[in-house]
Write a protein that binds this ligand. Structure first.
Ligand code: 6R9
Length: 658
């Protein structure tokens, strides 16, 4: 029993048997020398020059790291560069203009391929148009577009003229858009008339209109006509048609603006499940170096690959690993607008086969859905082109990990379980796929040069096997520089808890709980607020969930605490099963047994509620806060961030029946 860090008993390690990198992969990998860890250590912070070297600089940097004003670090000071130049022009100059940059698969089966030359032409036209509309360097341009090619194109057009973009996920509400535009004083908006949702034309423009009504300042809006005759629209004052603007500025070019390495490339609002959204600020030099480096070293992407990150560009994963990382390396980035189950549940595998995708990167929530749908869907396709698989966004427990490894990767592709955050900008914890053993259920060690520590409440590193707070002890190039709302909030949210400014000691706190093993592999247990206290024992909901999802037949689980007179808190588990059956006595028994043997009897759920689906945010994270409200019979909090709000009512009805 280890109470030193307040995390209660020592937890058994729930990782699966380790696996070595497949030999066929190692032979061809970008990074193969195990000495890289020591080299980065010995040369730190200059080791990060390797990342900066992947880019073309207009002006070389003078200093790798400036740490005088911690925690407001600066990377590659004195350097100048342009992100759109790095993602476009230099590939043209290298004779790769006819290489495919973006392959787009639309919701209705449409397909478009943009070569680097095509992308260059359109980005320049849009950049010229934006300038003409009045956009100046450092003006924040808001982009509210679904997964259509105009989304990365407008991002790169902004980058070209040095105007930071703030992409707001297309599925967010008018209120959310207004809050973000207001907070950033953004006077320019790029949106579209609408997009197809479950086959119907969905009106995006009216959401944008409603948002603008709430703003006190004027906004100029550019509208992409996505739906044509399916959703006729009329443009009002200060509204411009995207295609008309392109015609007006046809074939114009705009010199890429030299940006200081520390100038803002973009702003990304991240909403915690509660609280005001935080405007995370990313810079041009450090961010771009770090995403290019991790796309190369972790995702093993090569210029000749077809690479597919099946995320939405509206979130950080899409910014870093659909747009900036792959395009900086000059590869082909596949972009998919649709859902994994339409027209059928083999849609993604059909796309992998047809495009001969080499590297595939997705989230555990998707992998659990594939597992639930069964192995026949991928089995009907030739997935032999795949070389590496990635996972991001949530912990992946051993069962879905093994399923992904076996049924998608045919046991020939390494899996990288990449831990990172909007704030870290790029991957910070992962195995290096040709060097490190994989341990299903553990993301891996900190990347070379990244100093990850799991610490107790006093900030002391915990012993292997113990849990604590996931922190990073040194700065890294892709890190957020501040919050747009102010430096003070940046300091209090991420640095205050474990730093000692008096001694100039700084430690970044991620907000996650984790456990570390004897090899330094980190298993993320979830957000620090996903902790429940049962009879004075602090238990991680993620850990109980992992024990539940280990049970054959279980697809997903969410665990929350319910206030109780006896124990303080009872554990309620919400479970969806692979077969979709409602209630299953045998599965319930197996769940209770497994939790008891994996963690202990105090972690045994008081109630197991079967449900067809769990409530999830639009980025796919399970919204435990709502389930907690349901369990505690409380009025429901805000459900506007949910992708499937109807499920909450179904769960309530289920509980009332019991
Ligand atoms: C990239 C992204 C960040 C939070 C993070 C953590 C969770 C992300 C994970 C993971 C376990 C992984 N998370 N990757 N947990 N294993 N491989 O998702 O950014 O949307 O800001 O979320 O996601 O809890 O703190 P963001």
């Amino acid at each position: 029993m280890d109470d030193r860090n307040g995390w209660g008993r020592e937890h058994p390690v729930l990782t699966g048997s380790p696996r070595s990198p497949p030999a066929s992969f190692v032979e061809q990998a970008n990074v193969t020398d195990p000495g890289i860890y020591d080299e980065f250590e010995a040369e730190w912070p200059d080791c990060w020059e390797r990342a900066a070297d992947l880019l073309s600089w207009a002006e070389p940097y003078e200093t790798v790291l400036e740490d005088e004003n911690a925690p407001f670090y600066e990377w590659f000071s004195g350097g100048e560069l342009n992100a759109s130049y790095n993602c476009l022009d230099r590939h043209l100059e290298a004779g790769r203009k006819n290489h495919a940059a973006i392959r787009w698969e639309g919701k209705r089966g449409e397909r478009r391929t943009y070569t680097y030359r095509d992308l260059y032409v359109e980005v320049n036209e849009v950049a010229a148009a934006l300038r003409d509309l009045g956009v100046e360097e450092d003006d924040v341009v808001t982009i509210y577009l679904p997964m259509i090619p105009e989304l990365p194109i407008t991002m790169l057009a902004c980058a070209r003229i040095g105007a930071p973009h703030s992409v707001v996920f297309a599925g967010l509400s008018a209120d959310a858009l207004a809050t973000r535009m207001d907070a950033a004083d953004s006077e320019y908006l790029l949106t579209c008339d609408g997009y197809y949702r479950r086959g119907d034309a969905f009106n995006q423009k009216s959401k944008a209109d409603n948002a603008l009504l709430k703003l006190e300042h004027d906004v100029r809006t550019v509208v992409v006509d996505r739906l044509g005759a399916d959703l006729p629209h009329v443009l009002g004052d200060e509204e411009y048609d995207y295609h008309d603007l392109r015609d007006e500025f046809a074939s114009e070019t705009v010199d890429p603006v030299s940006r200081d390495a520390e100038d803002m490339l973009f702003l990304m609002y991240t909403s915690g499940t509660t609280g005001e959204p935080k405007g995370v600020v990313h810079t041009t030099g450090g961010y771009l170096s770090h995403v290019a480096w991790t796309t190369h070293a972790v995702l093993d992407v090569k210029p000749e690959d077809t690479y597919w990150c099946a995320a939405d560009i509206g979130w950080i994963t899409g910014h870093s690993y659909i747009v900036y990382g792959p395009l900086a390396l000059g590869t082909t980035s596949l972009m998919y607008e649709g859902t994994p189950d339409y027209p059928d549940r083999d849609r993604l595998w059909e796309i992998v086969e047809r495009n001969a995708v080499d590297v595939f990167y997705t989230a555990p929530t998707a992998i659990r859905a594939f597992m639930k749908w069964g192995e026949d869907y991928p089995a009907h396709h030739d997935l032999a082109s795949l070389r590496l698989l990635g996972s991001v966004g949530e912990p992946i427990s051993p069962r879905p990990w093994n399923w992904y490894y076996e049924h998608i990767g045919n046991e020939e592709c390494p899996i990288v379980d990449t831990w990172w955050q909007t704030e870290t900008g790029a991957v910070t914890i992962s195995t290096l796929p040709a060097i490190d053993e994989m341990k299903p259920g553990a993301a891996g060690p900190g990347l070379p040069g990244i100093d990850v520590d799991v610490v107790d409440a006093a900030g002391e590193p915990v012993d292997p096997g113990d849990s604590g707070y996931l922190t990073i002890d040194r700065p890294w190039p892709g890190m957020a520089r501040t919050l747009y709302d102010g430096d003070e909030r940046f300091r209090t949210e991420y640095w205050e808890r474990f730093s000692d400014p008096g001694r100039d000691e700084w430690r970044y706190f991620s907000g996650d709980a984790a456990r570390v093993d004897e090899d330094g592999y980190v298993t993320v247990l979830g957000r620090i607020d996903d902790v429940i206290n049962v009879s004075g024992r602090r238990l991680s909901t993620m850990e109980i969930e992992s024990a539940i999802t280990d049970v054959p037949g279980v697809a997903e689980a969410a665990v929350v605490g319910r206030s109780s007179e006896g124990t303080g808190t009872d554990i309620h588990a919400y479970v969806s099963t692979e077969g979709g059956y409602d209630d299953d006595g045998a599965v319930r028994e197996a769940i209770l047994d497994n939790v008891e043997s994996a963690i202990g009897s105090m972690a045994r759920p008081e109630a197991v509620v079967f449900t067809p689906e769990l409530p999830k945010t639009r980025s796919g994270k399970i919204m435990r806060r709502l389930l907690e409200d349901v369990a505690n019979d409380e009025e429901l909090g805000d459900t506007s961030a949910l992708r499937n709000p109807e499920i909450v009512g179904e769960i309530q009805a289920e509980i009332d029946e019991e």
